[in-house]
Design a binder for this molecule. Sequence first.
Ligand SMILES: Nc1ncnc2c1ncn2[C@@H]1O[C@H](COP(=O)(O)OP(=O)(O)OP(=O)(O)O)[C@@H](O)[C@H]1O
Ligand SMILES: [Mg+2]
Length: 463
Amino acid sequence: MSKYSVEELTPKRVVEELNRFIIGQDEAKKAVAVALRNRWRRSKIEDDFLRKEITPRNILMSGPTGVGKTEIARRLAEISNAPFLKVEATKFTEVGYVGRDVESMIKDLVKHAVNEKKRIETEIVYKKAESVAVDKILDMLNIPNPEKLSKDEEGYEEKYKRQSDYRKKMADKLENGKLDDKKVSVPIKPSAPIPVFEIVSGSGGIEEIDSMIKDMMSNIFPPNAPQQKGKKEKTMPVSEAFEYILQTEAEKMLDHEKIVREALEWVENDGIIFIDEIDKIIASGSSHGPDVSREGVQRDILPIVEGCIVNTKYGPVRTDHILFIAAGAFHMNSPEDLIPELQGRFPIKARLLSLTKKDFVRILTDTENSLPVQYAELMKSEKVTLNFTPSGIEEIAGIAFEENSTTQDIGARRLQSVMEILLEDISFNASEKGGSKIKIDKAYVNKWYKSARENEKLSNYII
Ligand SMILES: Nc1ncnc2c1ncn2[C@@H]1O[C@H](COP(=O)(O)OP(=O)(O)OP(=O)(O)O)[C@@H](O)[C@H]1O
Ligand SMILES: [Mg+2]
């Protein structure tokens, strides 16, 4: 969750926030920061007609693999507190791609937004639902409820106090799990409570059917229908009953219409869709086979990026203000090879650069939760202290850069693999080495990395 409101997210601030995690790539950082701000600026224009004339400044990022394209989009979504979806453009060209159109990206984004709004709303109602559940369980355990005493009763005040104290004591016990094993009989609704969380999955088909069935079921058994005669009861341990009642009560308190309404607005105004691997839907030149479908996907995407209405199961959604960020490595082609209409919809082109050894050093030292910090934290759980010295970091960066130049260039992803190989031995033995302190300096890196590499080569050779 971002600590900033939309107004506070000036381009400068967005870049500052991105700088916490991403080294270099200033051009791309600026581009996304400005695009985000422009959307907000446009929303402030009161003249409807004029506002509609201004199209969103969608961004096309290009640059080699592993230099921060996806990372920038991901962090932007975090900072901006926006509903965010990442899709691979190639998904839409897959063989056997039936009944799943490009509109699914909007549907998935909406689903995600609904879940997110529901989660936030659920947190709020949970507190209330909890106290209802406690009350219900206490009633089921036949703990007298002082609120049910009649004021006219003899010795009311004294009884009230006694019962209150007792009920409070039992409520505490319940909370501390001391009543978990007691059995209670719980009225069960004809339809199981609809789970509060819905899983967002990549595939549309089965899930759609699943939700259709759910909808049908809830029509047959409306969640708030009066209890039918001969209602079912189930005996279960208190722990289980508490969970069940909590869920059912929380579900009852949720205002689904409001959640959906807010989620739809949120998507329309703040949604960000990141279309990765856009370079892979460029035709390679021949006019047969998969190329036709690749260009077809570009044409399919076009109206969505241009702004249209997509019907989702939650209602229609306008895509006009959704911010689209596309990215690709463009090894074999260039952004100019996209169909012109689509190019026109991504007016801001941002190039990301290859990372230098210096960048690698900074990635290892100047980013929050950098890899060395992560590994050190992991080892801490085994009471092993890792201390990366500047010379050690320099050496790791050097090895990563060298391997990228001599083998395949995988950008900053190389750092992860170098670290993994380097710390393999420590990782394996750490559980027995509690209390030890390991200094990872240049000498250590050289010694261990080389020997780990030798072993790897040897095992490759044996196979
Ligand atoms: N400039 C950078 N600063 C800090 N970390 C980076 C940078 N570039 C990449 N990384 C790290 O390297 C990993 C891969 O980066 P990312 O996923 O952004 O690559 P990409 O540019 O999208 O590549 P691809 O074209 O293969 O999708 C991530 O873990 C990311 O944190
Ligand atoms: Mg990527």
